[in-house]
Design a binder for this molecule. Structure first.
Ligand code: GDP
Ligand code: MG
Length: 412
């Protein structure tokens, strides 16, 4: 029998309870064991095994061998790899309609292609759990009708994206994690992401029993998605509200995205018991979305990289020195048009990183019928869609991605 090395502790990706691998519950297989105290009558009973068969499988009270595992507290199923591979939770946060869902779909689709980072493998850890990402990808990136215009639906505030469980202290809601196994050389990590609705990050929107943004208390990096086209000053430079909102920009919304960032940082501190003087426990990566729209007014270099309609896809993460130049150019752009966002980021994390990207690569259009914005899947040309996530993972796991760490950039 091969020896397995276990992680020292697991953070449940559903409810974030921390526990030791030896405490993991198993999901019973015998049909007489239907009904679970936490998940209700429709689910198989969860149990802490005391008997195992010769192959090391847990035996349920009726003697059936079991291999599916579940969390100690919420009893929701865990991919078995979680007991062996350390987990990296990355929080993706941003105001409503800033482009989070499009980014997640474009990033996971391109990461699967193997073309994003040399030598990096990326697999779904659990296809049934990852149905959200798979569904997001299928509307724009794997469409069976690539010439029919489509768009990703607005992320629900409740419903399918969340599951409920009962614990001693009431009924809780947990967002569905999307889990990927990433491997490079001999290093392996479980990457855990969530697609929250942007409304959940607006100040005052979190309730205790619906801890849908509580991943901020355990995550190893923060990807804060900013849509520059939601800012009035950018809107003016791009020809006004109507022009911007007709191309996928946030021309009709006016949100103080710097306040959403402050709210996220406050939640990070509150959930970890940090004082306002303590530095944040991770790096902030600011993902500047929809660069196809605003790069032309930002700098010639960015304009060149993101020229809309150029018809080329570029999913590989740019090299460290390109990332450094793009950070500097984006910083000058924000300094001029969104200085309070830049100042907020700098105050929260002096080492913050700016990474522009475009999930669609070109603007969607409104169909003649006056419906919503759509784009033909065959026209989608993501540019650097996974770069913000990869930079965030490289900040959390620098040994795995040395070429994107800041140390490397400064040396070059
Ligand atoms: N021009 C352009 N528009 C985008 C892009 N990504 C998203 N959009 C538009 O922004 C809208 C909101 O995007 P979505 O990902 O649903 O935002 P979320 O609320 O943050 O998840 C979409 O319906 C598109 O119209 C992009 O890369 N370029
Ligand atoms: Mg969304």
């Amino acid at each position: 029998m091969s020896t397995r090395s276990l992680v020292s502790s697991i953070n449940c990706p559903h409810c974030w309870t921390e526990f030791q691998p030896a405490q993991v519950r198993f999901i019973s297989e015998h049909e007489a064991l239907r009904g679970d105290a936490v998940l209700g009558d429709a689910e198989q009973m969860r149990f802490l095994p005391s008997r195992f068969d010769a192959r090391g499988r847990a035996l349920d009270p009726f003697g059936a061998p079991c291999t599916r595992m579940a969390c100690v507290r919420c009893h929701l199923e865990l991919p078995p790899a979680l007991v062996e591979i350390p987990q990296t939770i990355v929080s993706v946060v941003g105001a409503p309609a800033c482009g989070k869902s499009v980014m997640l779909a474009a990033a996971s689709f391109s990461l699967r292609s193997g073309l994003v980072v040399e030598g990096m493998h990326y697999l779904d850890a659990d296809t049934s759990l990852n149905d959200l990402t798979v569904e997001l990808e299928s509307s724009l990136f794997r469409s069976t009708t690539p010439d029919t215009p489509a768009m990703i639906a607005k992320t629900d505030l409740s419903g399918r994206l969340y599951r409920s469980f009962r614990s001693e202290d009431g009924v809780w809601t947990a967002p569905k994690p999307q889990l990927f196994e990433i491997a490079r050389g001999s290093a392996r990590r479980m990457l855990c992401l969530y697609d929250n609705a942007g409304e959940h990050f607006l100040p005052g929107r979190e309730s205790a029993q619906e801890p849908v943004t509580r991943h901020l208390g355990v995550s190893r990096a923060l990807v804060f998605v900013v849509d520059p086209t939601q800012d009035q000053r950018v809107v003016e430079r791009l020809g006004g509200r109507d022009a911007v909102s007709a191309t996928g920009g946030g021309g009709t919304v006016e949100q103080r995205q710097d306040l959403v960032l402050i709210e996220a940082a406050n939640r990070v501190r509150r959930l970890r018991g940090l004082s306002t003087r303590d530095p944040l426990p991770f790096r902030i990566v600011i993902a500047l979305a929809k660069a196809d729209l605003w790069a032309p007014i930002a700098s010639p270099e960015l304009a060149d990289a993101f020229r809309a309609g150029l018809g080329r896809t570029s999913v590989a993460v740019p090299r460290g020195e390109v990332l450094a130049r793009v950070h500097a150019a984006s910083s000058r752009f924000l300094e001029e048009l969104m200085p309070e966002l830049l100042a907020t980021a700098r105050a929260l994390d002096p080492g913050f990183r700016l990474v522009p990207f475009s999930g669609l690569g070109k603007p969607p259009t409104r169909d003649a019928g006056g419906g919503g914005l759509r784009i033909r899947p065959q026209d989608v040309r993501p540019i650097w869609p996974a770069a913000p996530l990869v930079v965030a993972i490289s900040e959390a796991e620098p040994a795995m991605f040395p070429e994107y760490s800041v140390r490397e950039q400064r040396a070059s």
